[in-house]
Design a binder for this molecule. Structure first.
Ligand code: NAP
Length: 247
């Protein structure tokens, strides 16, 4: 297997950690990008090393700021080399029923979950196309595919992720660069564990498989999409949701 450089945003979150681990297990050099305000990167690195992942490089940056993304990718390239695989995973929720949603909650979710794709992908896509190989993997959500009450901001951003990916996939189709989406259902990470227990139980009950996804089940899909064997798949959305919703 060819070793590639894989940059993962939101790397120190629940899903990001699993994505980093699965990509590292597959032999890739992982660059873990984290929010500058996250105060425990050393602790995360220590835990990764203890779990056997000693070769991970870290960079800090705000995916909602294009200047920060430019600086972060430059630092990643200096530390690890050109980025071959970009996983746009950073995301937030600011849930409110639409009648009570403030513009600030809308803006925060759109800029972190959607504009971040512009900010990050801008830094790497042309260089991937020049080299004739690249993988861009964008993390959407089942709630972007089906729409979710209380999440007009998040559903819009995550649906936007799918539209962005289809359009960029078409632009890069002849360049050896694929652009795909993973739309996870509910995954057992802190984002989901923060949901009130009674609501979480209702969610689990609604999933045909009657459980949450394990983070590594999403990380494994990233490994596939990042591989050479996935070279004919582009503009696609992988729905990994325990049978919750298909389109
Ligand atoms: P998480 O644990 O909260 O991780 C999200 C990560 O994104 C955190 O490390 C967070 O850093 C980072 N982040 C937030 N804003 C950022 C910014 N402006 N710049 C850089 N990094 C930023 O959530 P998760 O569950 O792993 O979610 C990962 C992705 O999967 C998200 O895109 C989410 O929407 C998507 N997703 C999750 C689920 C689920 O069930 N968990 C389902 C479908 C889709 P800080 O915490 O330090 O701010």
């Amino acid at each position: 297997m060819t070793q590639r450089v894989a940059l993962v945003t939101g790397a120190m979150g629940g899903l990001g950690t699993a994505i980093c681990q699965e990509l590292a297990k597959a032999g890739h050099k992982v660059v873990a990008a984290y929010h500058p305000e996250f105060d425990k990167p050393e602790e995360w690195l220590k835990e990764m090393a203890e779990a056997g992942f000693k070769d991970v490089v870290t960079v800090a940056g705000d995916v909602a700021s294009i200047d920060s993304c430019a600086a972060m990718v430059a630092e990643a390239e200096a530390k690890a080399g050109q980025v071959d695989i970009l996983v746009n995973n950073a995301g937030i929720t600011r849930d409110k029923m639409f009648g009570r949603m403030e513009l600030a909650q809308w803006d925060a979710v759109i800029s972190t979950n959607l504009t971040s794709l512009f900010n990050m992908t801008k830094q790497v896509s042309a260089k991937m196309a020049e080299r004739g190989w690249g993988r861009i993997i964008n993390i959407s959500s089942v709630n972007g595919v089906k729409g979710q009450a209380g999440q007009t901001n998040y559903s819009a951003a995550k649906a936007g992720v799918i539209g962005f990916s289809k359009a960029l996939a078409a632009e890069l189709a002849t360049k050896g660069v694929t652009v795909n989406v993973i739309a996870p259902g509910y995954v057992a990470t802190k984002m989901v564990m923060a949901i009130k227990p009674e609501i979480l139980q209702t969610i689990v009950d609604s999933v045909p498989m009657k459980r949450l996804a394990k983070p590594e089940e999403i990380g494994g899909a990233c490994v596939y999409l990042a591989s050479d064997i996935a070279g004919f798949m582009t503009g696609a959305t992988m729905n990994i949701n325990g049978g919750l919703y298909y389109q």
